[in-house]
Design a protein around this ligand. Structure first.
Ligand SMILES: Nc1nc2c(ncn2[C@@H]2O[C@H](COP(=O)(O)OP(=O)(O)O)[C@@H](O)[C@H]2O)c(=O)[nH]1
Ligand SMILES: [Mg+2]
Length: 304
């Protein structure tokens, strides 16, 4: 992990979220005693930074237990920082690769969340690491979706498997798996149609794609990444819950962190759903995807 590069990217992308956390750090840098008034303020300010009720309550309780009636100071600040960081700790950073054969990464999320863009960025990043990447255009539901992924694939120079609009997405997934195995691709990234939990037919398609890749490639899908627009804030939790009913998600790509002040939602998502954020989107360009590093994320929040 190139810590410096991540830190630079994340700090830039986090400008608005950093502002949202400003209240928390003003409080922690202030003077006084850890009394009820301080704890109430800490609770309110963490909540306003979108950390979520449950995660906020946990942190405030621990500060109460550890520091009640003590001075506000560096120790309390370091403690809150560590608590936030520990909330985000993930078992595996980045992609969990297959031990042999192609690694299949399914990407899901609601329309406009940033799936296709994130796939292009991820493909580019994995190619830079020396991996041979194939993308599958399984969003056959919207007119421009296949075209959009085709343009991206051309731009970054990776292979694509596609059919026309309204083609059966499971059939596209099937072809893509066959090609990935036959031609020795390291990673297959599967784009899918954005759906709402109300669109049961699309949710069923997602399940069908999942079934096809499971059958075609041993151990697949190795990742099911849910793309969530960072500005969704606390609703992100609801979205993730809905998708998890159809397919078991393994992690989050938090997109559009650059425009959002609600990056604090990563704490709520992790605590409520146990889903780690694996990558964050910090812009519209193909380089604007960073592997998520909890240390650097919290560090960037605390940095003056
Ligand atoms: N600022 C910003 N825009 C993004 C980011 N990711 C995606 N977008 C934009 O969000 C819009 C929807 O993205 P798209 O990939 O088509 O979403 P999809 O419908 O989920 O496939 C596009 O205009 C993207 O350029 C990001 O990290 N930052
Ligand atoms: Mg798309």
């Amino acid at each position: 992990m190139v810590f410096g590069r991540f830190f630079g990217g994340i700090k830039r992308g986090l400008a608005n979220t950093r502002r949202a956390f400003g209240g928390v750090f003003d409080l922690l840098r202030g003077k006084g005693t850890v009394d009820q008034a301080f704890l109430d303020q800490l609770e309110q300010r963490l909540y306003l930074a979108d950390v979520g009720t449950q995660a906020t309550a946990t942190i405030v309780d621990r500060v109460r237990q550890g520091f009640r009636d003590k001075e506000v100071g560096d120790e309390v600040q370091a403690f809150v920082r560590k608590e936030l960081r520990d909330l985000l700790a993930a078992p595996t950073p980045g992609i969990a690769y297959a031990p042999a054969g192609p690694t299949v990464v399914m990407v899901a999320g609601v329309n406009g969340s940033g799936k296709t863009t994130s796939i292009a960025k991820l493909a580019k990043r994995l190619q830079s690491d020396g991996r041979k990447v194939l993308v599958a255009a399984c969003d056959t539901f919207r007119a421009a979706a296949v075209e959009q992924l085709t343009v991206w694939a051309g731009r970054i120079g990776c292979d694509i498997v596609k059919q026309g609009q309204n083609a059966d997405p499971a059939a596209v997934a099937h072809d893509a798996c066959e090609k990935a195995k036959a031609r020795g691709f390291d990673v297959l990234i599967v784009d899918t149609a954005g759906r709402l939990h109300t669109q049961t037919h699309l949710m069923r398609e997602l399940e069908k794609i999942h079934k096809v890749v499971t059958r075609q490639v041993p151990g697949a899908p190795h990742e099911v990444l849910l793309v969530i627009d960072a500005s969704t804030g606390q609703n992100a939790v609801t979205q993730a819950e809905q998708f998890s009913k159809s397919v078991k998600c393994s992690g989050i790509i938090l997109s559009k962190l650059d425009g959002s002040s609600k990056g604090g939602a990563v704490f709520a998502i992790k605590q409520k759903l146990g889903l780690p954020v694996k990558y964050v989107g910090v812009g519209e360009g193909v380089e604007d995807l960073e592997p998520f590093d909890p240390d650097a994320f919290v560090g960037a929040l605390f940095e003056e």
